[in-house]
Ligand binder design. Structure first.
Ligand SMILES: [Zn+2]
Length: 253
């Protein structure tokens, strides 16, 4: 569920006590609580491609960019994942700030090569098709790339990845920047999927819906989806595949 208190509502509530209002409003963070047989999973949709996932005492940040202040109100990470080298996924200052002195990192080679020595020393390279347990979390890297000729220049095969993350006894898929590649379509036993859809960088809502109907996660969240017709995506996924579509606001000011 979304937090029941929206920022505008909270701002109105804060009303005359302006300073208190600012403090309360700044602390607001959106949480999506997902019940599972093994306990609650919490998704924090931070912005665009940036998110956090919590299952039990494990907290995984994915693609932290935009400054550490975006993570106020979110538990500290026990693992940080980066999917690709572009600025909406990899921002060194934010990464250094949220990872502090000890949090392990997992990223594909192209990202690890860009890290300064101190950060690289506790980064584990995970390229497509590989899986490793780091920080008590099993993570598998799934290939992420463009397949449409005019989009190949954005994400060449072999560089970026998506991840399947094991948390709260569930498999959570975060697609990274990709089209509906066979590696996505072949996924199995996914409880929660976060799937990118925007042009010209990733894919159309038609492609995304078709892929989701192929690998059938129990629940899907569009993300990395600025400008996309998400109601159309929801309609295309339909009700017959057993996939619940959940729409969140990834572009709050
Ligand atoms: Zn991107």
């Amino acid at each position: 569920m979304r937090s029941p208190i929206s920022i505008p509502a909270l701002a109105r509530y804060c009303g005359g006590v302006w300073l208190v209002g600012i403090a309360l409003c700044a602390a607001e963070v959106t949480r999506e609580r997902i019940p599972t047989p093994a306990g609650e999973l919490v998704l924090y949709p931070i912005q665009h491609a940036t998110l956090a996932l919590q299952g039990g005492d494990r907290v995984v940040y994915v693609d932290p960019v935009g400054g550490a202040a975006r993570f106020e109100g979110v538990p500290k990470p026990t693992l940080v994942l980066v999917t690709d080298i572009h600025g909406d996924h990899f921002h060194l200052e934010t990464l250094q700030a949220v990872a502090g002195e000890a949090v392990p990192l997992l990223a594909p080679s192209a990202v690890v090569e860009k890290l300064p020595t101190a950060l690289r020393s506790r980064a584990t390279t995970l390229d497509a098709g590989q899986r490793r347990e780091v920080g008590g979390v099993l993570v598998e890297a799934i290939a992420a790339y463009n397949t449409t000729p005019e989009r190949l220049r954005y994400h060449a095969k072999g560089r970026g990845v998506g991840f399947v993350i094991a948390l709260a006894g569930q498999r959570i898929y975060v697609s990274g920047d990709t089209e509906d590649v066979p590696e996505m379509r072949a996924l199995e036993n996914i409880t929660v999927a976060l799937v990118s859809m925007n042009l010209p960088y990733t894919m159309t809502v038609e492609q995304a819906a078709d892929a989701v109907r192929a690998f059938r996660p129990k629940r899907v969240y569009p993300y990395h989806c600025r400008g996309s017709d998400l109601e159309k995506f929801k309609a295309l996924v339909g009700a017959d595949a057993g996939v619940e579509v959940r729409l969140l606001d990834w572009y709050r000011p």
